[in-house]
Design a protein around this ligand. Structure first.
Ligand code: HEC
Length: 235
């Protein structure tokens, strides 16, 4: 009797232990692999398509962004183009064509440059390099115009491309800047600059509206610390 009971208990314990062990092995076997591979892959795809889609779906409103773009920053971005492109009036062609006045100009038409068939095909259907097309082209030239001779990786940042286009536009372009279209831009962007200039404008507005009291209130918030920093940096 007692022997039989012992055997039953021992058997049950053994079976339970085996079952738990087996389940753990099984689950780690299944989830171990899936956990490593799937989430990493999914995140990467989501991030990439998300970024691409966002940039492609919301083109800037040129009438809004160009007047406030940073031309000096655009000139700095152009350093990446300078190994191939001269942009002075009458400057020579290099690996790429001279770019003076290119915004608003017919694609593939700079004198003395041998363009690729891809660029010639593009020029046949696109009469001018408007803001939108330069913007898309420099983002990823090879992808936008397969077969182009422009072997440049592209400018991923939207801000870089906007500033660059403002700089290109300042170099001999006669293409007018369209009137702002607030419907196409987001409300805060249309109202003022989203970056540092926004702070300066907010400070000014406060001072004008509130008089001496307003200035006093605004100074500790924005003006005073900035003014203190500047002389300190110079001495
Ligand atoms: C590695 C050399 C190289 C770099 C770097 C380069 N380009 Fe180009 N670019 C070319 C070549 C070559 C062409 C002619 C493409 C063709 O014929 O397919 C070209 C064509 C162009 C055109 C069309 C010109 C026309 O007459 O239709 C524009 C606009 C342009 N590049 C802008 C830029 C900008 C802006 C940058 C920097 C962000 C840049 N490129 C960087 C080589 C380069």
């Amino acid at each position: 009797m007692s022997d039989l009971t012992f055997n039953k208990v021992a058997g049950a314990v053994l079976a339970t232990g085996l079952a738990i062990f087996g389940l753990r092995e099984l689950s780690s076997g299944i989830f171990g692999h899936e956990k490593v591979e799937k989430p990493g892959f999914a995140v990467e795809v989501a991030a990439e398509t998300g970024g691409d889609a966002a940039a492609a779906e919301v083109p800037p409103d040129w009438g809004t962004v160009l007047p406030t773009a940073d031309v000096a920053a655009g000139q700095a971005v152009f350093a990446k183009c300078q190994s191939c492109h001269n942009i002075t009036n009458g400057g020579a062609n290099g690996t790429g064509p001279n770019l003076w006045g290119v915004v608003g100009h017919k694609p593939g038409s700079h004198a003395g440059f041998a363009y690729s068939p891809a660029m010639e095909a593009f020029a046949a259907k696109q009469p001018i390099w408007d803001y939108e097309h330069v913007y898309e082209f420099v983002k990823n030239p090879q992808k936008y115009m397969p077969g182009t001779k422009m072997t440049f990786v592209g400018l991923k940042k939207q801000e870089d491309r906007i500033n660059l286009i403002a700089y290109l536009h300042a170099q001999g372009s006669t293409l007018p800047i369209p009137a702002p279209n607030p419907a196409a831009a987001t409300a805060p962007a249309a109202e003022g600059a989203p970056t540092a200039t926004g702070n300066a404008e907010a400070g000014n507005t406060t001072a004008v509206a509130g008089g001496p009291a307003g200035q006093g209130a605004a100074a500790p918030a924005g003006g005073a610390p900035a003014e203190q920093k500047a002389p300190a940096a110079q001495h």
